[in-house]
Structures are given as C-alpha cells and as structure tokens.
Design a protein around this ligand. Sequence first.
Ligand code: ADE
Length: 239
Amino acid sequence: MLTFSVLTLFPELLRPFAEEALLGKAQARGLVRVNLHDLRQWSGNRHHKVDDTPYGGGAGMVIRVDVVARALDALRAEAPIDEVVMLTPAGQTFTQASAEAWATQGGHWVILCGRYEGFDARVERLVTREVSIGDFVMMGGEAAAACIMEAVARLVPGVLGDEASHQDDSFSSGLLDYPEYTRPPVWADEGVPDVLQGGNHGAIREWRRSQALARTLDRRPDLLPHAGLMPQDSAELLR
Ligand code: ADE
C-alpha cells in the first residue's frame, strides 16, 4: 500500500486533507494511508522547541537536524521507510510525471514539512529527495504536502471511481485538457458544441484532440516541445 508519513509542526492543518473527500475514502478502503506526526514529539526538550537561531545571524528560525534525525529513527523503528522527501522551494519541481512515478513506485514515503527559514543544511543527509511544488515561497511545507498527496493518491488504482478518468487529465498526454460541458445545453447564449451532442465517437475524439492542442498552443506553448505530438497534430497546429 502507498503510505505517506508526514512530519509537521501543524498536523491539524493537514488533517482534513487526509480524512475528508476522496483521500479519506481511499484511506477507509485501505488503498492509501496518511499518518500525520507532530515533529515536536521529538524535540528532546520540555518546551517542545524544534528550531533555533541561524548560525551567522539573520532573520527567522531553523529546524534542528537532531530533531529530524530522532523523528526518522522513531518512524523507521515502526516500519521500513522507502523515501524521505524534504519540501523546500530549493528542491526539484514536482510535476505530473513525478506524481505518476511516485504512484507507480508506491511504498512508504516520509514527507518533511518545513516552517520558518527551513531546515539545518545537514538534514540533506537524511533525505532521499528535495522537492518544490513551484517557484514561489510559502510559509511552510504543509500546503505542498497536501498538493503532492492529492496528485499521487488519485493515480493509485481504485482511488478514482473511474479508472479511465485520469488518462485524459491535463498533462498526462503532455497537453492541457480539452473543454468539458454538461447540462444545460445553452447558457447565457452559449451552446454546447454540436459535435459533442452528435454521438459520433470518432469525431468527438478528433475534436477533443484538436481542442487540447489549440488550448495548449494558446495558454501553455512551453509544453508543446515535450508533448509527444503525433504527425496529424502538426497539421492541426498549423491551421
Ligand atoms: N515550502 C515553502 N515553499 C515551498 C515550495 N514552493 N515547495 C515546497 N515546499 C515549500
């Protein structure tokens, strides 16, 4: 089973992500497991302090390496750990390809959420990966942990009701998703494209592919060189 053990100073921030909606259901069905651990348990002092001032001066506080090491030893004593991920804006950017690789790999993933100015640099020796969710800086890693768990867990077989439904996600084909419509057939003078109401599945597939290409060209042309285009796509893009 895919297990996430999250080490955080704010486990309650992540509780709803782990327990509500599809992730909660996936846990109840034994498909995924999310363990939330308060890093302060391993502070080693009665004030539950896990951070200290940076050597060399400067603003903010730094999370101590010995605290993280004790936490990892304690988790390892309970169950083998396959990967230890440090969340940091200085990490490798997490993408849909990462989500697919993590879901395929499975196993027990420990996720370290930072706060303040981050971790003591020596924490690097304790982790297998450093991961960022994008080129922006948040107040801590908890929101990043939620993003990553959402992205990975939905790819675990059985978590989404409909197994086909993530095969045409934005990004899994390298392109943005095509537009979807549901009732009403006309809203504020805008109708649903005729082709979608026609029942010709070949025509629908072609229309969706051309919409995905056009949208990607318009909104995210940077994705196209890596999109694995098919010969008929180039003609579509040149139209
Ligand atoms: N912590 C703060 N900012 C972050 C980011 N962009 N990705 C991962 N962890 C972070």
